[in-house]
Design a protein around this ligand. Sequence first.
Ligand code: TEU
Length: 563
Amino acid sequence: MENPWWHSAVVYQIYPRSFADADGDGMGDLRGIIDHLDHIAGLGVDVVWLSPVYPSPQDDNGYDVSDYQDIEPVFGTLADFDELLAGVHERGMKLVMDLVVNHSSDEHRWFVESRGGKDSAKRDWYWWRPAREGMTPGTPGAEPNNWGSVFGGSAWEYDPVSGEYFLHIFSRKQPDLNWENPEVRDAVHTMMNWWLDRGVDGFRMDVIDHISKDTSLPDGVPRPGSAYGDGGPYWLNGPRNHEFLREMNERVFAGRHAMLTVAEMPGVTVQEAVLYTDPARREVDMVFGFDHVWVDRGADPWLLYPLKLTTLKGILGRWQAGLAEVGWNSLYWNNHDQPRVVSRFGDDGPRYRERSAKMLGAVLHLHRGTPYIYQGEELGMTNAPFATIADFRDIEALGQYEQAVTHEGRAPEDVLTVLRARGRDNARTPMQWDATPNAGFSTGTPWLPVNPNYPELNAAAAVKDPDSVYHFYRALIELRHSEPAVVHGDFTMLLPHDERLYAFTRALDGTTLLVIGNFTAETVRAEIDDAAAWAGAELLLTNAAAPRDLVLEPWQVVIYRRV
Ligand code: TEU
């Protein structure tokens, strides 16, 4: 079979709320994106993925959709959207929409109708259940089961009108749709076809491994120190998940060749990812796995675990090997839910910020798979200096803080330490365009303050400086487009037990690439087996002086080619 176009593609993610505000209300908008399309096209990316722009009460910044077939007025209109789509296409790029259909907003007319009463025609479009047997509805502990929600508190919300509860894995304003009901699936397919017919080129599918649940909704294993049990095993990768995606593929994707589907799947294993992305099974093109971004999590959610490079290499190496023959990887360090990678795995101090950001970019982009760049990553944007809980806006940070501090007695400073390092708002501070007030993001008051480092760290400065992180990312993308070994080469991990260096080769038809990234602020020699063979090799890209004898400077990365 011919290789699909997205094997050699690079995707750029926009979080519209924080990208560019053209009308001065403090919130990004579609016009702002249109105005900055050349910044994205200038990088050389192939695809733009837009986080949700649909009408939404914005309880979870748009991941709570109240109308799937329109545009949030704060962001613009459908006419603006069509103009954006045309602008993306004119520049030779494709546009992928976010698809948030595990849940809707509680303000969606489907849910409003469903909530109308037990005999509503749409009652069964959501998960309604009576109180636990023998318990008085609405009293503590009477929820249908013990599941905790991802954003804190119970996963069940009581509705006094009907005396029943509805399920929400995320916030109470994000009720889970009941995919067991074929009418729900039909409605979703119709909506997806409507967008594709309008010209969009695919979907990034939000928590799409949550859509099939164990319909008996059993109690989860209690979590130490928490009032709630872990429902994950009953809502992740449920019994009908493959079936639902296969059906969606048949009814929506079949016959549309130039599109892209990427399934966000927290908790997916590499074995399951092979099944989801096996072209013969006709489900999705690739998945977002989470193993590598959970590398610094441990048993205690409110403890920071330092990065162990060998563990990270073990995880990514396992995914490379697991999807080598069948299926396809997505590659990402960052998105709107993750802290900034230069702060997390690199060094965001003035000395090594740019160098370590480039090293991280090169290591990721030289893996086999489709790389995703999150807005600002191409500038080496950093985590934000959040002082107190009042500085956070994210419903996840606020909800988890409330549960941990108020209900579970955790020390506020411990919880804050983790939120500062890992909180999602780190990724959501406004895009830093230039050195003018508010980083050129908005003439109004930004909904979340701009990172104070914008006078030095901004797109205008980066585009002007040929040595910037921006131009390094541009070179990485160009390399993917020009060197087939980057796209198709076999991946071999080297030095798996080394805690300082990330080293691997990519080999295709007699061409071998060698990539070595130094994850430390020390000078390190790479003791690879066939070091001598690389002595005369061509150095394709590095972020410091050309090394001698594979002795790498702090945070240096090298990409060599041998034929
Ligand atoms: O994220 C799903 C998800 O896995 C997150 O809950 C993630 O694990 C957590 O935020 C890490 O801190 C998707 C969206 O990307 C996210 O923005 C939404 O809040 C969530 O689904 C609900 O739609």
